[in-house]
Each structure stands twice: as C-alpha cells, then as structure tokens.
Unconditional design. Sequence first.
Length: 254
Amino acid sequence: MFNTWVLSVNTNEHLVERKLRVVEEISQHPVVADRRFPVSNELKSWARDEVFSALRGKPLRTVVFHTGASEPNFKAWPLPKFIELGRWLVNNCDAAVMLVGSAEEETMCQPLVEALGDRIASFLGCTIEQTAAVIEQCALFVGSDSGPIHLAASVGTPGVGLYGPTNYVRTRPYGSANRVLRMEFSCSPCWCAIYDWERFVRLTSQRLRCSPAKCLQALEVDLVFAACVAFLNAERMASSDLCQDATEHKERVP
C-alpha cells in the first residue's frame, strides 16, 4: 500500500484543489474548503491599534510588503525594486507600507526601511497569527511566492503575487481577489516538482546556472505598480481620492 508511483498527476492544478480531491476520494463526500484563517478578536484589536499607530493618525492607504522567500535567489523579487515600488506608492497613492516576514529578514530589509522612513512600519518577527491580523487590516499585499501571500488570501486581503521560476498555477494565492505577475520565458516554470520528471531532468541544470532567476529579475516595477494602482483604485472607486494614473507616474516621482 502507498508504494506505487502515480503518474496521472495534473501538474497544472492548484495544490489546494489537488489536496481536496484526495480528501474527497477517501471520504467519498464533497469537500468545501474553508479558506479563512481564524484571527481572534483580541488580535484584530491589537493589529488595528498597531497599524493606526504606524500611520500616526494620517489617512494613508496601507500596503503590506513581504520581500523574502525560502529560496531568495530563485523566488524573491529584488529588494531595490521593492524600494522603488514603495517610493512610487508613497508619492502617488499616499500609501504607507507595513513590512512583514521573519526576524531573520531584518538586516536584508534595512535599506527598504531607511528609504521609506516614516512611511514604513516593521512587523518582522511577528507570529503567524499576528502577521495574519496585520495583513487583514491592510488594503493590499505585495510579495513573492511565499507563505505570507497565502495568509493574505486567507484573511481576504487582495494580493499581487510576484512569481518567477515556480509554477504559479499550482502555488498562486488561492481565490479570485488576487493577481499573479510573471514574465513568460521559454524555460519557465523551471522550478519543477519531482513528479514532473521529464521536465525536471531537462531544466535542472539550467535552473542551477540561472541564479538569481532571470525571469523574476525581469519583472519591472512599473508593471507591479500598475497592478497595485488597479487594486487600490477599485477599493476607493466611490471616492475621488485615487492614485495617479500608472502611465504618468514616472514624471511625478523624483
């Protein structure tokens, strides 16, 4: 039992849906996924106070950044591009950035913190529950293919996912209120699961030579900024307080 290699795996199926199919097959009953991450009222109150304090009483739009990833050279968007994106959001969208991630990312993120000054607040090193609570209080999440973007989807915060070598169909944030940005290269996605054996063998040597990942490096700031503007303006469509048009931002940012 459980010793047969199964070849009929759909490599272009989201992992959540694949796991649900397994459960349905075992239970012989339809399964409905509960996508909400439980955030206690106590944590909601804590996060609300922390974010309000970070805004210093100003009516700013709150955008969460997560700059890290388990394999930074392959899955993390370059930090200088996060810095540029942060400046554009601050200057054009009257935004403030809430930074989430592990405590180990603090040194790496220091240039971002210094660049945005009083328009960024660090929540690095918070627990998973605290991080989810902070993300829930914010208007938008921007990050790479890593855990926090899935937290954002699970608390209902729209997300812009920055993807490179990984198969975005399988690991994109689950739900419709999200957008994945990626560059279509002939060799992508090269981050293959072992069960996609032929592709794994064909691309492994190429992936090992491509560090940092060229497809992620090629994802430009203006494309990410435009996606952020679309989400933020959709949130405030009833208001005249919209971001500057994405086609004009380069002339407005020093």
